[in-house]
Ligand binder design. Structure first.
Ligand SMILES: NC(=O)c1ccc[n+]([C@@H]2O[C@H](COP(=O)([O-])OP(=O)(O)OC[C@H]3O[C@@H](n4cnc5c(N)ncnc54)[C@H](OP(=O)(O)O)[C@@H]3O)[C@@H](O)[C@H]2O)c1
Length: 282
């Protein structure tokens, strides 16, 4: 059985390929990359595949049985790109697709939900047996902000008192591998989130505890937070999207207590304490 992983050069994709190699023979794994040279170190066969160029997808998908479609990072172009992959998978006779969606994509208050929802609809319409891995937020989205918060003396955001059940990319990668290599996952929708839910004030308190410094959390109005992100160097549309996602979190959009992620991976998800410790260790 040949398992292909798209986005294999990305942070999640690399972890998936690495964990997959522990479960199946490397000869049964194919990594898809826009630029194959970037995936040369993965230790599996690499095929050129660009979501925006359907002709590359037909060639890449030849002989693939199971496909992990890792959502594109090109926000705004994702529906067309994902449709290209799904249509090519139909032509190639792919037997099963797992897709990395967003936690409760169909009812999410996050603007990001729309492209995922439309991709999920396309998967349903394709008739290909599929599994929806509705991933919650990566803990790394927040731990990446620790150096900046330490420099500025505070965390900022717009998530208010929203509780966020984040998990690490590694946790989500293991879940993807469990679904790719296990039986009985076709037709399932997994709402994947961390066992522990915390507010951004909890994150600030944990960083304060571990560093011995007083790093508070300051909640900002959405527009002010977007402006702060933009002045820190983020492109305006991305800054707006992140601020919108924080507001979605304040409305409970990133909270979940179903523990489906830890059930899939057979262990508790990585704790906030351990994630902060790892981030501070560099
Ligand atoms: N749950 C969350 O908190 C969260 C946060 C951020 C993103 N995401 C979503 O989860 C996905 C995986 O996360 P990540 O951290 O691994 O993101 P990442 O490190 O940015 O990786 C994105 C991957 O998508 C590939 N890609 C982008 N456009 C492509 C195209 N046109 N054709 C083929 N491949 C393309 C990139 O290839 P190149 O190496 O060629 O650029 C890369 O391999 C993201 O793409 C995004 O959809 C989720």
């Amino acid at each position: 059985m040949t398992i292909a992983v798209t986005g294999a050069t990305g942070q999640l994709g690399r972890l998936v390929v690495d964990r997959l190699k522990r479960e199946v023979a490397p000869e049964d794994i194919v990594a898809f990359a826009r630029d194959p040279a970037k995936a040369a170190d993965l230790g599996v066969a690499v095929r050129a595949a660009d979501y925006a160029r359907p002709e590359t997808l037909d060639a890449a998908l030849a002989g693939v049985d199971t496909l992990l479609l890792i959502s594109s990072s090109e926000v705004g172009q994702r529906v067309a790109q994902h449709l290209n992959v799904i249509e090519a998978a139909q032509r190639a006779g792919v037997e099963r697709i797992a897709y990395t969606s967003l936690l409760r994509a169909d009812t999410s208050p996050l603007a990001l939900g729309e492209e995922h929802c439309r991709t999920e609809e396309a998967l349903r319409a394709s008739g290909i047996p599929h599994t929806l891995l509705r991933n919650g937020w990566y803990t790394e989205n927040y731990t990446a902000a620790i150096p900046g918060a330490l420099a500025a003396g505070a965390f900022v955001g717009s998530a208010g008192e929203g509780r966020i059940a984040a998990a690490t990319r590694e946790d989500y990668a293991e879940a993807a591998v469990a679904v790719l290599t296990g039986d009985g996952h076709a037709g399932r929708v997994y709402e994947l989130a961390g066992d522990e839910a915390w507010t951004l004030a909890d994150l600030a308190a944990e960083v304060s505890r571990q560093t011995g410094r007083d790093i508070p959390y300051r909640d900002l109005p959405e527009a002010e937070y977007a402006a702060a992100l933009e002045s820190a160097g983020l492109p305006a549309p991305f800054a707006k999207l992140l601020a919108n996602s924080d507001v979605g979190a304040s409305q409970g959009g990133l909270f979940d207590d179903g523990r489906q992620l830890s059930a899939l991976i057979g262990r508790p998800t990585t704790s906030l304490r351990d994630s902060v410790r790892a981030a501070l260790a560099g």
